[in-house]
Design a protein around this ligand. Structure first.
Ligand SMILES: *Cc1c(COP(=O)(O)O)cnc(C)c1O
Length: 480
């Protein structure tokens, strides 16, 4: 087809108005903003014009061309409008087996927390009103007593996330002065959270002591000067130094702190209120243990092992927490009402720790039994074979899950996965398709196969997974 020919075809392109009047597009206009559909129609027509110019459409200039191009435009406009009308933040089925996946939103909240957040969102609340006196109250009040009761500490404060908690604590207790930290604990959490950088941001000066693998009590003692404001212990939550190692315990640091009248702060990172070793997982110091050992300030995340909303929780001695409350930075990193609601409900579950294992999804997933996981994987494979046996080979395989969120890097969490070996496309193509589905599905690619670890599939998501996976396989390449 000559250039001349393709330009002549331009006059057969539909006008935007024509596309908008087509019944299929008119129907869309009932349920989405006109501007969005209009934009989709304009882009579509521009796209068709380019296709004609580049001779990508095999058509001849006759009346049939007009109908053909209109039909194309209507179909493509609807597709584009639907894509643009989808929320940008979408539901994802997590089949990575990583329970606290930071890219997928970390902790999944339990029923009680979801209800509390919904209620806080749906009406007014006593967020900063004391209902007993009718006077102004504190937004921290609903969680303060729960946190002190559960941790055994005198006081507490909650901010936007744990990075903010560390920044606030250092800035309040050690601004312009020195903080002593072991070389083995200069953690990078990911993103740009590195202890030395947070320290610099807070205005405190970092004093590193010991060696990467060994730090003794005397290393801290030798580094203490009149400039010292704080002894800091950072839990190396996302890596382990193994072999010829020595770290100073919280209790040892506390003894030094008492001797030199210096506060001791412990950044726990994950911070759990229950003993995970009871569920066959590595021993992590619990918040209660660290408080009991005498740490003056303890910081941890709300959405890691605790299984609550994003938050930075600070518990400890009242003198220090009161100083933090007065720091103007606290206002800048304060939590919103949804966090208060979700955190209170989550913390209430821990009042009965045995219940927490059954009601906090993070704990449930981490404690899931291998036998149950295998049954779930088997059930899924059966259903998938029913629908898409022609398009892929399905099998169940043993796979290791992970805690994630930079917690318990060495935990051994044996799990089961559905292995998908597509016949009509590559595993990578299937993974790409699944990310574009509704809900999106995220698995793990390994040796040209897609692995779907069932540990992180939530109750009630089974049918959706089978449906989405079957659709992606069936639409993808027809019968072999
Ligand atoms: C995760 C982590 C942080 C940061 O917590 P966020 O809640 O992600 O801000 C800080 N310190 C340690 C040791 C951590 O593991």
């Amino acid at each position: 087809m000559s250039d001349n020919n393709s330009t002549r075809l331009f006059r057969f392109l539909p006008a935007v108005d024509e596309v908008l009047k087509a019944p299929d597009v008119e129907m869309l206009l009932q349920s989405m903003p006109r501007s969005l559909v209009l934009e989709a129609a304009r882009d579509t027509i521009a796209g068709l014009r380019n296709d004609l110019q580049a001779n990508r459409l095999q058509i001849t200039p006759n009346d049939h061309a007009r109908n053909f191009l209109l039909a194309q435009a209507v179909q493509e406009t609807a597709r584009r409008a639907n894509t643009r009308n989808r929320p940008n933040l979408r539901r994802v089925l997590n089949l990575t087996g990583v329970v606290l996946h930071t890219n997928l939103g970390r902790a999944v909240l339990g029923e009680s927390a979801r209800q509390a957040i919904n209620q806080a969102a749906s009406g007014y609340s006593n967020l900063e009103l004391d209902l007993q006196t009718g006077k102004r109250g504190s937004r921290y009040a609903p969680v303060e007593e729960l946190l002190t009761k559960l941790s055994g500490a005198e006081a507490s404060l909650v901010v936007n996330n744990n990075a903010a908690a560390v920044l606030l604590a250092l800035g309040t207790l050690a601004r312009g002065r020195e903080v002593i930290v072991s070389r083995g604990q200069l953690v990078e959490i990911g993103g740009s959270f590195r202890i030395p950088e947070v320290m610099a941001q807070s205005g405190a000066r970092l004093v590193e002591v010991g060696a990467t693998n060994k730090t003794y009590a005397r290393d801290y003692q030798n580094a203490i000067t009149p400039e010292t404001a704080l002894l800091l212990q950072v839990h190396t939550s996302n890596y382990r130094i193994v072999g010829f190692t020595r770290e100073t315990s919280t209790a040892e640091l506390v003894a030094i702190g008492r001797e030199y009248r210096l506060p001791v702060m412990c950044d726990l990172g994950s911070g759990s209120l229950v003993d995970f070793s009871a569920a066959g997982m590595p021993v992590e110091p619990t918040v209660q243990e660290v408080v009991c050992a005498g740490a003056d300030v303890v910081t941890f995340s709300g959405d890691k092992l605790l299984g609550g909303p994003q938050a930075g929780i600070i518990v400890g001695k009242k003198v220090y927490i009161d100083r933090m409350k007065k720091n103007p930075l606290t206002r800048a990193v304060r939590i919103d009402k949804f966090t208060v609601a979700g955190l209170e409900a989550t913390l209430r579950e821990y009042l009965a720790p045995q219940q927490a294992w059954l009601r906090v999804p993070t704990l449930q997933m981490l404690a899931a039994r291998q036998k149950e996981l295998k049954h779930l994987a088997e059930r899924l494979v059966e259903q998938l074979r029913d629908g898409a046996a022609q398009q892929a080979r399905f099998a169940i395989v043993a796979a290791p899950s992970a805690v994630g969120g930079g917690a318990m890097p060495t935990a051994d969490l044996p799990s089961w996965a559905v292995e998908v070996l597509p016949r009509t496309m590559t595993a990578q193509q299937l993974a790409d398709r699944l990310r574009d589905e509704e809900p999106a599905v995220i698995g793990r690619l390994q040796d040209e196969r897609l692995l779907l670890d069932v540990r992180t599939l939530l109750p009630g998501e089974e049918d959706a997974l089978v449906e989405v996976l079957s659709r992606a396989l069936l639409d993808g390449g027809g019968s072999p």
